[in-house]
Write a protein that binds this ligand. Structure first.
Ligand code: ADP
Length: 274
């Protein structure tokens, strides 16, 4: 009967919230341990369609682990993660949840574009080829379609003149802009950025942040941005989540969070950037 009551409650809540969109990403009670080390502690986190959330917080607080779980590079110790209504590690078969196979994971991953700290471009391929490879092989686009799409993206990140160059001939900032374009050609529903500028020379950080800001300003795409750049977080996000010791300690619009942080921890964290 307890389950029945719970279901009923969920149903009522469901009707009350009818007009709200469903989250594109939903973490529920997600925990992750590496051996004895509990890195994430029952994290609840929603990302709404079109929403931009900046995730800030000290090193070692679990931000990258949060991202790696979404990319299915790690599996949660407990809890669930959904992308666009589909669970990452489980699949519904005849009304029952079963362990998902590689095909299912592959499909869900296709909804997410990721840009890491290190760009990981294919060194032996031209920039254009770096961008057309996955659309042809994974999405099944024709070479011509993929080329068109790739050139459009290179234009967006300001690098059309580098189409025939190789990664080694580009600066770090330019390579990272290519990595962003490479994620975007797949037209993901969610873009995930994990400290996209922290491996860059200081003078190229700005160009990469500008490209991300432009994408954020124009698109409908949801974005999760892990960053140490506070002014960037403030400019680009609708919401900022302060992550510390494995969970979200405080969150809110940047105008609130940066101006009137409530917890002492956040106040002390932010004071380091002043
Ligand atoms: P952040 O991104 O906030 O700096 P991380 O998610 O990278 O934090 O790391 C959080 C903690 O998890 C750290 O203590 C780190 O050592 C640990 N950790 C991360 N990945 C692994 C792993 N694959 N194996 C063991 N420990 C890990």
């Amino acid at each position: 009967t307890q389950t029945a009551t719970l279901e009923k409650e969920e149903e009522t809540q469901g009707t009350e919230k009818k007009e709200e969109a469903l989250p594109i990403v939903r973490y529920r009670k997600v925990s992750k341990s590496f051996g004895e080390n509990q890195v994430l502690k029952e994290v609840d986190f929603d990302l709404m369609p079109g929403e931009r959330v900046a995730i800030i917080g000290p090193s070692g607080s679990g931000k990258t682990t949060l991202a790696r779980l979404l990319m299915t590079l790690e599996k949660p110790t407990s809890g669930t993660i959904e992308v666009d209504g589909r669970q990452l590690w489980h699949k519904e078969v005849k009304g029952k949840l079963v362990e998902a196979n590689e095909k299912h994971l592959h499909e869900v991953r296709g909804d997410i574009g990721m840009v890491f700290q290190h760009f990981n471009l294919f060194p032996h391929m031209t920039i254009l080829r770096n961008l057309t490879e996955a659309p042809v092989k994974v999405l099944g686009l024709s070479k011509e379609e993929a080329r068109e799409r790739a050139m459009g993206m290179l234009e967006k990140v300001g690098l059309t003149d580098k189409a025939k160059a190789y990664p080694a001939n580009l600066s770090g900032g330019q390579q990272q802009r290519v990595a962003i374009a490479r994620a975007l050609v797949m037209r993901p529903k969610v873009m995930l950025f994990d400290e996209p500028t922290s491996a860059l020379d200081p003078e190229t950080v700005g160009e990469v942040l500008d490209v991300i800001k432009e994408i954020a300003a124009e698109g409908e795409m949801a974005m999760m941005l892990i960053t140490h750049e506070m002014s960037f977080a403030r400019d680009v996000s609708d919401r900022v989540a302060f992550f510390d010791e494995g969970c979200i300690q405080e969150q809110g619009p940047p105008s609130k969070l940066f101006v009137q942080p409530e917890s002492e921890r956040l106040q002390s964290f932010l004071s380091r950037f002043n």
